[in-house]
Design a protein around this ligand. Structure first.
Ligand code: ADP
Length: 448
């Protein structure tokens, strides 16, 4: 087992990994930027080391600084968390060649599946249905027109390197297509340094359902069931839950089987998520693979009783998965709300600033994963998520009641948060009846 792990991340997920390592008896090294200097979670690591200024490109994305930190602190593995370098195959490769185990997939599997366009090719090879899409990348406007005419409008233009909803544009007709292509490509170039795009048929009113998987280095692959993440604004998830409401058991099992097949075909190891869109007839289509641990992993931890971060560490250390598929049961119902420092009343604009008062809910089946506290200043430089509130109860109805109670108990003063919107969503008939799709929030709560 590893003696010392460096966490190449910050905030909530850095703390989550520190905690898992502590319980496994592994020492931790936290890295931080100038903006995070003095944050309380850094004290919980055995060592912490500054890797640069506030801008991520000068710190959390700076491969050479992180590698130097590994060397100075004598670690034997790196956990990348989510975001930042977590899906950067070059980083995974550099870690490995410097003899620091990368707690995630291999660089090869990551580049194969991390790129949306090549992931589609693997899915097709595995016999998993994809959203009808262009064969490969779009090179010209006429390519795009030909494809769109074939599958019919609307179409979705997607960045091959995309993530977080960036580099994605819908085109309803030919007139919109040229502009949408240019915008998507430009946005992807700015965000990911890669402007490559491809086209997909736009699925009307879909649900977003994803399957958590974990695989070891001995060919054992298991799924940990699904999560419904349809509650999104601008393609970013706000509420996640498991099991997916109103999904037929047969569909659930076919999706989980499809995810395992895809992972086996790709020779993928460690934790990952296979994302699908489900249409009104419960046909499901592979959209992308997330080659890392995800924000919403606690939902799965609650319903399976498996600590995914510990499982990631065990697998990376070369151990076999300590469970079989038949051991993994979906028990009860879990719901997560991502608490963001943003103002839902003003188009979700970020609301960084000092948290003056913080009261965290607790009680039966309640988990609050966060690095913040009263007196903490939310930096404008990074992601606006300040914490994750997760509840687990025997039934969906009880989970909804628990979440309702917890959102009432949660007090975050000094900054605006997504909580008032999440309260409205939880109260809505659509959420309560489990009949919603990925555009629900935009239709019901966002000004045009
Ligand atoms: P990202 O990596 O940027 O998050 P995804 O491919 O995961 O992008 O898609 C994010 C969201 O965008 C999905 O959950 C869904 O709401 C929407 N989406 C993606 N592909 C399609 C599609 N073909 N049709 C309709 N909606 C889509």
């Amino acid at each position: 087992m590893f003696k010392r792990v460096l966490i190449a991340n910050r905030g909530e997920i850095a703390l989550r990994v520190i905690r898992a390592c502590r319980e496994l008896g592994i020492e931790t090294v936290a890295v931080f930027s100038e903006a995070d200097r003095g944050a309380a979670y850094l004290e919980l690591a055995d060592l912490s080391i500054c890797i640069g200024s506030a801008r991520s490109s000068d710190s959390y994305l700076k491969v050479d600084r992180i590698i130097s930190a590994c060397e100075i602190c004598g670690v034997d593995a790196v956990h990348p968390g989510y975001g930042f370098l977590s899906e950067n195959a070059h980083f995974a490769d550099v870690c490995k060649s410097c003899n620091y185990e990368f707690i995630g997939p291999t660089a090869e599997a990551m580049s194969l599946l991390g790129d949306k366009n090549s992931a589609r090719a693997i899915a097709i090879k595995a016999g998993v249905e994809c959203v009808p899409g262009s064969d490969g990348l779009i090179k010209s406007e006429s390519d795009a027109i030909r494809f769109a005419d074939k599958v019919g409008f609307p179409v979705l233009i997607k960045a091959s390197a995309g993530g977080g909803g960036r580099g994605m544009r819908v085109a309803k007709d030919r007139d919109q297509l040229a502009t949408a292509i240019n915008q998507a490509s430009q946005e992807a170039q700015n965000a990911f340094g890669n402007g490559a795009i491809y086209l997909e048929k736009y699925i009307e009113l879909p649900r977003h359902v994803e399957v958590q998987i974990i695989a070891d280095n001995f060919g054992n692959v298991v799924h940990l069931w699904e999560r419904d993440c349809s509650m999104q604004r601008r393609h970013q998830k706000l509420i996640e839950e498991s099991p997916a409401p109103k999904l037929k058991q047969q569909t659930r099992e076919s999706m989980c089987d499809a995810a395992v097949k895809l992972i086996k075909t790709a020779g993928y190891t460690n934790a990952g998520t296979v994302e699908f869109l489900v249409d009104a007839d419960e046909r499901f289509y592979f959209i992308e693979m997330n080659a890392r641990i995800q924000v919403e992993h606690p939902v799965t931890e609650f319903i399976t009783g498996i600590d995914l971060i510990k499982a990631q560490i065990l697998v990376a250390a070369g151990e076999q998965l300590p469970f079989k598929q038949s051991d993994i049961k979906q028990t009860g119902h879990a719901i997560e709300c991502r608490i963001n420092a943003e103002d839902p009343e003003h188009n979700f604009r970020p609301c960084p600033g000092k948290i003056e008062k913080l009261i965290i809910p607790g009680g039966f089946g309640v988990r609050f994963d966060s690095h913040v506290y009263a007196g903490y200043t939310v930096s404008p430089t990074y992601d606006s998520m300040v914490g994750k509130l997760i509840v687990h109860q025997p039934t969906r109805k009880e989970a909804i009641n628990s979440m309702r109670r917890c959102l009432r108990e949660l007090v975050v003063e000094g900054i605006k948060t997504s909580v008032p919107l999440q309260q409205k969503i939880i109260e809505s008939n659509e959420f309560q009846s489990g009949k919603f799709d990925t555009l629900f929030i935009e239709r019901k709560f966002m000004k045009k």
